[in-house]
Design a protein around this ligand. Structure first.
Ligand code: GDP
Length: 206
């Protein structure tokens, strides 16, 4: 039978996290609209996109959250020199310490997330090292049932790879996370990765 886009059996929130520039926005646009952009984005704030897929005869609607701004691009905000967090804060909240505002934003971002895609760039080792801190933040804000998937993005850039599949696999295993490499550019494994996360979430809740 025909089902409208608004029809679904389950709605799952999934958050995208990872350093700035690893490809989070493009993974999301590839999955939700089958689009890729070679330009860096300029939007500031939090965005989400949705797409409904079928899992075991059920319609699962994914609401995927992405931080479009630079302000959350580093798990330790005071180290981000490019765009200090305080510039995004309305005047009313100016008297609050920056770290408490940061915590409030972070909590809202993670609230209700059933799954998380933790992304690094296979060509920049530092983005893989930072995954540990992203995982810590994630685990501080979500419960133990949250499905975690580690994504090594930009796998198309084979000639400048800086992180091996083996290292990433070992790390994912240790963190009890799923793992795959992706390319938002070549549309490689993107569909599989999102489907896997949504299927695993479905198995947790059903
Ligand atoms: P974000 O800051 O994590 O959201 O990263 P973006 O999605 O804005 O991507 C940062 C840059 O990397 C952009 O120039 C993208 O075009 C590029 N990019 C994203 N995904 C891939 C990919 O899979 N392969 C390659 N070669 N470039 C990518």
């Amino acid at each position: 039978a025909y089902k409208a886009d608004e029809d679904y059996d389950y709605l799952f929130k999934v958050v995208l996290i990872g350093d700035s520039g690893v490809g989070k926005t493009n993974l999301l646009s590839r999955f939700s609209r089958n689009e890729f952009s070679s330009e860096s984005k300029s939007t500031i704030g939090v965005e989400f996109a949705t797409r409904t897929i079928r899992v075991d005869e059920k319609l699962v609607k994914a609401q995927i959250w992405d931080t479009a701004g630079q302000e959350r691009s580093d798990p330790v905000p005071q180290r981000n020199k490019r765009m200090p967090l305080r510039f995004h804060i309305p005047l009313l909240t100016r008297s609050l310490p920056v770290h408490s505002i940061y915590r409030a934003i972070t909590s809202a971002y993670y609230r209700g997330a059933a799954g998380a895609l933790v992304v690094y760039d296979v060509t920049r080792h530092i983005t893989f090292e930072n995954v540990e801190r992203w995982m810590k933040e994630l685990k501080n804000h979500t419960d133990a049932n949250t499905v975690i998937m580690l994504l090594g993005n930009k796998a198309d850039l084979r000639h400048i790879r800086a992180v091996s599949v083996e290292d990433a696999q070992a790390f994912a295993q240790q963190e009890r996370a799923f793992f795959t490499e992706t390319s938002a550019l070549e549309s490689m494994n993107v569909e599989t990765a999102f489907t896997e996360v949504l299927t695993q979430i479905y198995h947790v809740v059903s």
